[in-house]
Design a protein around this ligand. Structure first.
Ligand SMILES: [Zn+2]
Ligand SMILES: [Zn+2]
Length: 270
């Protein structure tokens, strides 16, 4: 099978794996999720002039897969390009790549795109070596049921629980660019209580949890610490370490939410 790389057009009919052209302009206004919907749209719908569109396709390549222990040599490069125009230099076989809209990415950059969306960033995508958006999104997803339950349980009458669905970017005087997912209780007067999980772009391995404006817990997730030290552990040890890490964050988050609510009550009684 002939090989096609970034931007090359494959002649002849589309392979079954990519029924729709997935070029940049086809994806331009689409988030990853909507990109999936677009792939299922009827064929009668107008599509961009295929000849004029540079197209990425999720074809196998001939590069060694970067996944540790994977012997495959049919890897394709990750197509992530950051705001400085730098590319990700990793390659992955079909077992270990992630595709969004038919475009191949490594799992980390697929996570970055899932976290903040690809085309809504006038300042460009985060640096190629920045794991912050992806990490925040992973941890927020794991913490979500706990945070949601905590806030819903402590909501006062008239307050509504709101979950921010994507990672937002802020510029912080203290730590520079900050990537955050947040949960809130709001009422007719506005914000009543907010909880956020965030990572600074400059220091993108430490997860921090805030309640209101107070930082209540921080730590490097065990799977990242292990990677930094080159350690491998069994699945069971991994599960236990993750549970300890999340338990730690949850304990401090819960205590801070309760303290804040108790403080509000005292304030109201005065
Ligand atoms: Zn592989
Ligand atoms: Zn990548």
């Amino acid at each position: 099978m002939p090989l096609f790389r970034r931007g090359e057009r494959k002649p002849g009919p589309e392979s079954p794996a990519s029924p729709e052209p997935a070029g940049p302009s086809a994806d331009a206004s689409l988030s990853p999720l909507r990109g999936v919907a677009a792939a299922q749209r009827p064929a009668s719908q107008p599509v961009p002039d295929a000849a004029a569109v540079a197209r990425f396709t999720a074809n196998e390549g001939d590069l060694p897969c970067r996944q540790r222990g994977c012997p495959n040599h049919n890897g394709a490069p990750c197509n992530y390009v950051d705001r400085r125009g730098r590319r990700c230099d990793t390659s992955w076989c079909p077992n270990h790549w992630a595709t969004i809209g038919g475009i191949v990415y490594c799992r980390r950059h697929a996570g970055t795109i899932a976290a903040i969306g690809y085309f809504e960033h006038p300042a460009g995508m985060p640096d190629v070596d920045n794991r912050a958006p992806s990490l925040v999104n992973w941890v927020a997803r794991d913490l979500d049921p706990f945070v949601a339950a905590t806030l819903v349980q402590c909501a006062e009458p008239g307050e509504t629980f709101v979950r921010e669905p994507v990672v937002s970017t802020y510029v912080d005087r203290a730590g520079g660019r900050r990537y955050e997912r947040a949960w809130k209780l709001v009422d007719h007067t506005g914000l009543r209580l907010s909880v956020g999980v965030f990572v600074y772009g400059e220091e993108d391995v430490t997860i921090r949890v805030r309640v209101g404006t107070a930082l209540v817990a921080e730590g490097v997730p065990p799977w990242i610490e292990r990677r930094q030290r080159g350690l491998e552990v069994s699945a069971e040890v991994d599960r236990n370490q993750r549970a300890l890490f999340y338990g730690f964050l949850q304990k401090h988050l819960l205590a801070a939410v309760r303290a804040q609510r108790a403080g509000e009550e005292r304030f109201q009684e005065r």
